[in-house]
Design a binder for this molecule. Structure first.
Ligand code: PEP
Ligand code: MG
Length: 876
């Protein structure tokens, strides 16, 4: 049997979203439960996929099936396409599986032509309405199907209003609108070169094609990427007989939510316009009245509408967003869907629905979109001011939150300005670990280069600091402390606002407001914790971040990057001395200075985590990142070490690497300089012993993590140093404290040989940032430069550094888990790459059987919720 591509509303139901799209499935469901829905049919998402497979054509088989359903609809309505006596007019609207409001196209009043409209004008006794419908149709069809552009038609309307001395569209007469329709058609012919189509079948096929085509428009592509909607889904098309809200003052159209989508308050919320069609409400051409006023104007329709709202909420057990029309006092439902809402409203609605007995806690947990939670934790821009401020640039939304401050160009300036009470935004070509203090001091960070796992992005997320990265449109002139963007030159001290949740950049100052977290937030997270299997740890390098993460529910630290501590002002001279040492003795002397500092840092972190597990990773980055670049610092170092400036410069030059990310870093540092491993082991173990002594109620089991292992023998070499050093200290302290030694899996070879590696390891932690970088073979800092071209060409749909590539990198993760556990059944498995805070990746880690995910503090609540949703889905 050949595939069925078209369904009458009466043939579908709410469970057929995949095939009929959300709108189609809900129109079918509303039809089934007896609500007043103008009838129609849905052309499936599979027809959309077929359209693309056929080279953007609707093939004959599908066209024939559509025509069969046109005939059925004619039978149901008693109206006919192109019939002068009783014409069938329809709307043609998109409807994907997941709702994508405003992203795709709609056409109303299709089926009109000169003959039909003439008769309609006479028969209805309402010529104004008939001509209004026709001019709207020409306008929409020209814009959506033929891509002529709205503005030419709007200009014609404005000219007509001016000529007639009126200000409102509704003040134009039937004659005016008729004249406008004529002008529109002339405009169409001038732009397209042929007459405006008068055959309703030609109009219909053109409109359906245009909706399919709109699935691939740029705004839909961006929306899908931001919302994790696969390109392969396609959109359905709904062809629905028209109900008219613009036939007079006893008609109207509205959009309403069963609850307030901004606050969640349980009260009907919406807008209504008399004598209008739906687009007028959305387009903001006229100011609609609040829905409550509809009760006075249309008491009967309003009472009926209130009942429909109740029926729909009870039926869907969620807040509904509806479109409806009143035609001569009679209500018609055009759409319902689960309404989009702010994160705060989402939490309130979920809790209220539980309290009202409408849903259970599991469903409440499943209802919240995890990625939206972080907006509740960061400051936000004042919405009113934001609306009025133009966007001057767009880049990666690297770390959420809103920041507004004066532009500075260096970390030192950021620090100095902040110390004298100024709010600053740090604008850099890219950031390096040296900038960390400046990043801390700034309200937010804007970089010209770098992707989602670039240093700036990772560090900013860790701090919960707003960051917009990779704004290639900026022309940077760091030397003269200025940059150019959107045709304007910004100097040091100019105000700039950036939104790390959207990646948008604004000229000037937009005030921010602190986000408030209501009681519902905690309630939903409490429910989430009951259902999840995955533990959630955090990536934290300081006691402050660790404490922050604890507040958000972190159950341990999955990654403490020790290098971040080395950049503090009091440590950097010693680390530089260590790097520039000629002998082991010199190196040990420099490390001896660092050891107590590291130890006290670790004690602070252990204390903040109150006995929860803490994984500390050995020094990871290439050493050249630590060496001075500025002349004065080089001179200081030369003086400290009793060397000449040129000797120091020669050492620095010797550290140069062609591919530092694949160079002398990670465990390779410990293999060449075992004394680093000795020092770090001593600091970790001594800190744990001290904290254990202060807190006998906790059981301290420090976890030492060795990065960038690619060969089991590398791990066993470093591990031997760790064990010898640790055992001696523990013995000397007369303690029997346990500790774990594990490794990161971030080099494909480690994953491929995980059975060998696991014999040496108590745990694996997947470093999916490097694992992604090395598996794809492109740099985590530079991929942003070409990824856009890959999105445009549909080679990649997402940034693999933000959302785990489950097919490739995921296969390595899965393989390493299985190989590892085959030789070491107790192997503890986690992930500490940025993907640990990405909801779809968390679902993958749940399915793969990891024990925990670890992410930056501000993403801990997201990971907790995503882990719960993964477990709930799995159990279904
Ligand atoms: C990783 O590579 O995924 C990781 C967590 O380590 P880093 O980001 O510090 O390289
Ligand atoms: Mg790494």
């Amino acid at each position: 049997m050949s595939k069925k591509y078209v369904y009458l509303f009466s043939e579908g139901n709410a469970n057929m979203r995949e095939l009929l799209g959300g709108k189609g499935a809900n129109l079918a469901e509303m039809t089934n439960i007896g609500l007043p829905v103008p009838q129609g049919f849905t052309i499936t998402t599979e027809a959309c996929t077929q359209y693309y497979e056929d080279g953007r054509q609707i093939n004959e088989e599908i066209q024939a099936e559509i025509m069969e359903y046109v005939a059925k609809l004619e039978g149901i309505t008693g109206k006919k396409f192109g019939d002068i006596e009783n014409p069938l007019l329809v709307s043609v609207r998109s409807g994907a599986r997941a709702s994508m409001p405003g992203m795709m196209d709609t056409i109303l009043n299709l089926g009109l032509n000169e003959d039909v409209v003439d008769v309609l004008a006479k028969k209805s006794g309402n010529p104004r309405w008939a001509w209004d419908c026709y001019r709207r149709f020409i306008q929409m069809y020209s814009d959506v199907v033929m891509e002529v552009g709205k503005k030419y038609f709007e200009q014609l309307i404005d000219q007509m209003k001016e000529a007639r001395g009126v200000t409102q569209d509704v003040e134009l007469t039937a004659e005016d609108l008729k004249e406008l329709a004529g002008q529109f058609k002339a405009e169409y012919k001038a732009k397209i070169g042929s007459d405006f189509p008068s055959d309703p079948v030609e109009q219909l096929m053109g409109a359906i094609k245009a909706v399919f085509r709109s699935w691939d428009n740029p705004r839909a592509n961006v929306y899908r990427r931001d919302n994790d909607i696969p390109y392969s889904w396609g959109t359905a098309v709904n062809v629905q007989s028209m109900a008219f809200g613009n036939m007079g003052d006893d008609c109207g159209t509205g959009v309403a939510f069963t609850r307030n989508p901004a606050t969640g308050e349980k009260k009907l919320f919406g807008e209504f316009l008399t004598n209008a069609q739906g687009e007028d409400v959305v387009a903001g051409i006229r100011t609609p009245m609040p829905i409550s006023e509809m009760a006075e104007k249309f008491p009967e329709a309003f009472a009926q509408f209130e009942n429909v709202c109740k029926t729909l909420e009870d039926h869907y057990r969620d807040m509904q967003d509806m479109e409806f029309t009143v035609e001569h006092g009679k209500l018609y439902m055009l759409q319902t869907r689960n309404g989009k809402r702010t994160p705060a409203a989402a939490l309130k609605i979920a809790c209220d629905l539980v309290d009202e007995g409408m849903i259970d806690e599991k469903r409440a947990v499943a209802m919240i979109e995890p990625r939206t939670l972080d907006t509740l934790l960061h400051p936000q821009f004042d919405g009113e001011v934001l609306k009025k401020t133009p966007v001057i640039g767009n880049a990666l939304a690297a770390s959420p939150g809103a920041a507004c401050g004066k532009v500075v160009f260096s970390a030192e300036d950021a620090k100095a300005w902040a110390e004298r009470g100024e709010k600053v935004v740090l604008v850099r070509l890219e950031t390096s670990p040296e900038d960390i203090e400046g990043m801390k001091a700034a309200q937010g960070i804007l970089t010209v280069r770098g992707g989602m796992t670039s240093h700036a992005a990772v560090v900013a997320r860790g701090m919960g600091k707003c960051c917009v990265s990779g704004c290639g449109a900026i022309k940077m002139d760091e030397e003269n402390k200025q940059f150019e963007l959107a045709g304007k030159t910004f100097h040091e001290g100019d105000w700039l606002s950036i939104d790390g949740s959207t990646g948008k950049i604004y000229d000037g100052a937009i005030p921010t407001v602190d986000a408030s977290i209501g009681g519902e937030f905690g309630r939903v997270m409490g429910w989430a914790d009951q259902y999840r299997r995955l533990k959630v740890r955090t990536n934290a390098d300081t006691p402050h971040d660790a404490a922050q993460a604890r507040k958000f529910g972190a159950e341990g630290i999955g990654l403490c990057r020790t290098e971040h501590m080395f950049f503090n002002e009091d440590r950097i001279p010693a680390i530089r001395r260590m790097i520039c040492s000629d002998t082991v003795e010199q190196r040990e002397a420099a490390l001896a200075v660092l050891e107590p500092m590291q130890q006290s840092d670790f004690e602070g972190i252990y204390e903040a985590m109150e006995g929860l597990p803490v994984t500390i990773r050995f020094l990871d980055p290439p050493l050249h990142e630590f060496v001075p670049t500025d002349e004065a610092d080089i001179e200081q170092l030369a003086k400290d070490m009793g060397k000449t400036v040129s000797e120091i410069k020669a050492i620095i030059a010797g550290l140069h690497e062609f591919n530092p990310m694949m160079g002398h870093r990670g465990c390779r540092l410990d293999v060449t300089y075992p004394e680093i491993a000795v020092m770090q082991t001593r600091a970790i173990i001594k800190a744990a012993l001290n904290v254990q002594a202060r807190h006998p109620e906790w059981t301290m089991v420090p976890e030492i993590m060795i990065p960038l292992v690619g060969e089991a023998k590398e791990l066993s070499y470093v591990k031997k140093i760790v064990v010898e050093t640790a055992d001696a200290i523990i013995k000397e302290a007369g303690s029997n404290m346990k500790y774990l030694v594990g490794t990161m899996i971030e080099i494909p070879r480690a994953a491929l040989t995980a059975d060998e590696v696991a014999k040496q390891a108590d745990f694996f932690s997947f470093g999916t940032n490097d694992l992604t970088q090395m598996t794809f073979g492109f740099s985590r800092d530079d991929a942003g430069k070409f990824l856009d071209a890959y999105y445009d060409k549909k080679i990649y749909e997402n940034d693999p550094f933000a959302k785990l590539d489950q097919t490739g990198v995921g296969k390595l993760v899965d393989m390493a888990c299985k190989l590892g556990r085959s030789v070491n059944p107790d192997l503890h498995l986690g992930v500490c790459g940025e993907h640990g805070g990405d909801p779809s990746s968390v679902e993958f880690f749940h399915r793969t059987g990891l024990d925990y995910v670890s992410c930056s503090p501000f993403r801990v609540p997201i990971a907790r919720l995503a882990a719960a949703q993964a477990a709930i889905k799995d159990a279904q």
